[in-house]
Design a protein around this ligand. Structure first.
Ligand code: ZN
Ligand code: ZN
Ligand code: ZN
Ligand code: ZN
Length: 475
């Protein structure tokens, strides 16, 4: 058949091929895409290869959009048909009365066999449809065949009237539509088991557990259809857990290991106890008269934490003890001298002068005679208020008597125990310290102001009176 032929219409060909009794082999080119018959009402008079008695073997090409209808009926020499995979349906009357047809291979894609398709194929003894996907076999499809045994598939949902002769032995899947049909229609039948596969899901392997590949077994008979295979365990993925350093107050950890996939602990981290503080004593500092002290404290030499805080002890303040007192007199201030019992600090305090009644006269007569000798050169700065008026009148009478003793003044100025050329309160303090037993230096030749040959408290009093403006003499 020429390769340019793309379609064959049943009517167009039937006239030519009908009764071509000398046609022994027919091969159709693949470019043919449609073989059809628009009107098949009279199949006995039509058919693509109708009554082509010499065509023993027909190979039908593997083409799509292809309705396989009434193609070979009445071909008495046809023995074998190979039907391509693309065909899904064997049409009405396709092989009717092909009396020598002994073998038909029904491909997997055929889902239905139409009315009378194989009727009268008396040489057809066995048909095994077990592995086909056929769902329907229409009325009289295999009527008047010589069929001895037919095996039907599990997915049959319809079997037409008289589609097999009653003499046939049917092999039907247990529990299937076909079994029920055979029973209902009084056929001889035997059942066979068709597995009902159930998937055995795959199991992923873990670090420590094996896995399984996907498998399959029959839900009805439990037979394993696809065996599951063991997948070895994966093994742990080790990760190091870093050690944690221990401190004085916090626990540490040893290095450990775990699996980053399943979190399993492979090497447990152990707790290392806290070290505890290393105590160091912070010595107490004694408070003094003027400076604060500290209590004893403690701290850690490792982490510097303060364990016992040092507390501030207030300064003690001076403990002044009265060491000397010069009583006040009428018109004359007194003096108190104090020394701290802990440190060398001293302090003086004046005692207000007593209020006089007759004093004004006594004082004025006394002072003029005394003053001149007391104020040679150093005094002017110390006693400016008291002296300016008395001096002019007193000087003439006082000076003549004192001058003979005043002559050695340049060498020793009585009362100038500090030897600074002046007689003032500084000399009183220095002398007071000396007679109180302090380790101070005095100019001894100027100290015995009473002239009694001793240096004692009497000299301090005399000197104090003197610098306070009293009418006393220094010798
Ligand atoms: Zn089974
Ligand atoms: Zn793991
Ligand atoms: Zn510490
Ligand atoms: Zn003190």
């Amino acid at each position: 058949m020429p390769s340019t032929v793309e379609a064959m219409l049943f009517t167009a060909f039937s006239d030519r091929l009908t009764k071509c009794r000398k046609l022994s082999t027919i091969q159709m080119h693949k470019s043919i895409s449609i073989i059809d018959s628009p009107d098949l009402s009279d199949h006995s008079a039509n058919g693509l290869f109708f009554d082509c008695c010499n065509a023993g073997v027909i190979t039908i090409p593997d083409i799509s959009n292809y309705h396989f209808r009434a193609i070979c009926c009445e071909c008495s020499n046809l023995k074998s048909v190979t039907i391509p995979d693309t065909i899904t349906k064997i049409s009405e009357f396709a092989f009717t009365n092909c009396i020598n047809l002994t073998s038909v291979l029904i491909p997997e894609n055929i889902i239905s066999i139409e009315k009378e398709a194989f009727q009268g194929c008396i040489s057809l003894k066995n048909i095994d449809l077990q592995n086909s996907r056929i769902t329907r076999i229409e009325d009289s499809a295999f009527m008047n065949c010589g069929l001895i045994e037919v095996t039907l598939p599990i997915n049959i949902t319809y079997l037409g009237e008289n589609c097999f002769d009653k003499t046939v032995l049917l092999h039907v899947p247990e529990g299937s539509y076909a079994e029920q049909w055979a029973y209902d229609n009084y056929y001889d039948y035997v059942t066979y088991h068709v597995h009902k596969p159930i998937i055995d899901p795959a199991i992923d392997p873990t670090c420590t557990g094996t896995g399984l590949t996907e498998g399959e077994h029959c839900e009805l008979c439990e037979e394993i259809l696809i065996a599951q295979e063991v997948i070895p365990a994966l093994g742990h993925t080790e990760v190091t857990d870093a050690a944690v350093a221990t401190t004085c107050t916090e626990t540490g950890l040893t290095e450990g290991k775990h699996c980053s996939v399943c979190e399993a602990v492979l090497v447990e981290q152990e707790i290392v106890p806290a070290l505890g503080h290393t105590e160091v004593i912070d010595a107490a500092v004694a408070a003094t008269c003027t400076e604060t002290g500290l209590t004893e404290g403690k701290h850690c030499s490792v982490c510097e934490a303060v364990l016992v805080e040092q507390e501030t002890v207030p300064a003690l303040g001076h403990d002044f003890q009265l060491t000397e007192e010069i009583p006040a007199e009428v018109g004359k201030e007194g003096l108190k001298a104090f020394t701290c019992s802990r440190c060398e600090e001293t302090m003086t305090e004046t005692i207000p002068a007593l209020k006089p009644t007759p004093e004004p006269t006594t004082e004025s007569t006394l002072e003029p005679t005394v003053e001149p000798t007391t104020n040679p050169t150093p005094e002017p700065t110390a006693e400016p208020a008291a002296e300016p008026t008395p001096e002019p009148t007193a000087a003439p009478t006082a000076e003549p008597t004192d001058e003979p003793t005043a002559a050695p003044v340049p060498a020793v100025l009585p009362g100038d125990v500090t030897d600074d050329g002046k007689v003032n309160i500084m000399d009183v303090i220095r002398l007071l310290k000396k007679v109180s037993g302090w380790d101070v230096t005095i100019k001894e030749s100027a100290a015995d102001v009473t002239g009694d040959g001793n240096i004692n408290i009497m000299d301090v009093i005399r000197l104090l009176k003197y610098v306070s403006g009293w009418d006393v003499k220094l010798s």
